[in-house]
Design a protein. Structure first.
Length: 141
């Protein structure tokens, strides 16, 4: 078992743009969908994603904020994150994490009506790097 740090993980995540975000649906099923991390790779245990406020995913998070993220990198590098999701419609929050690439999805930028930001704060991160694997537990606040 390895002793990778959050900083080590951040470095290995540099080329991973897409994560699968999984939620619990109202019927108890698990729903997953691909989300872009907007190339925010200085991973500190929090991830930020933008979507439409009137979506099934947002409804799921309102009912149960426990979510998971999975990342697949190069050469059998994988990460599984357990965490709690928080929703924000505050444009100040948007500005901190908005990138120009998002304008293709949200034509008025941070002023696009109906946009919400999902922040996933990790509580546990498990990683695999070939035969090497390990876990990082994060403090919950």
């Amino acid at each position: 078992m390895s002793d990778m740090t959050l900083s080590d993980l951040s470095e290995k995540m540099r080329d991973i743009d897409i994560a699968m975000l999984s939620t619990h649906t109202d019927g108890g099923a698990i729903a997953a969908r691909p989300m872009s991390n907007n190339r925010e790779v200085d991973y500190d245990g929090s991830s930020h994603y933008f979507t439409w406020e009137k979506s099934r995913m947002v409804d799921d998070i309102r009912e149960d904020p426990k979510v998971s993220l999975t990342f697949q990198g190069k050469k059998a590098f994988s990460i599984a994150v357990e965490g709690k999701a928080k929703l924000s419609t505050d444009k100040k929050d948007f500005k901190q994490h908005w990138t120009p690439d998002l304008d293709q999805w949200f034509e008025d930028g941070i002023d696009t009506k109906g946009v919400v930001m999902i922040t996933v704060k990790a509580t546990r991160v498990h990683y695999w790097d070939g035969e090497d694997d390990g876990e990082i537990k994060l403090k919950t606040s």
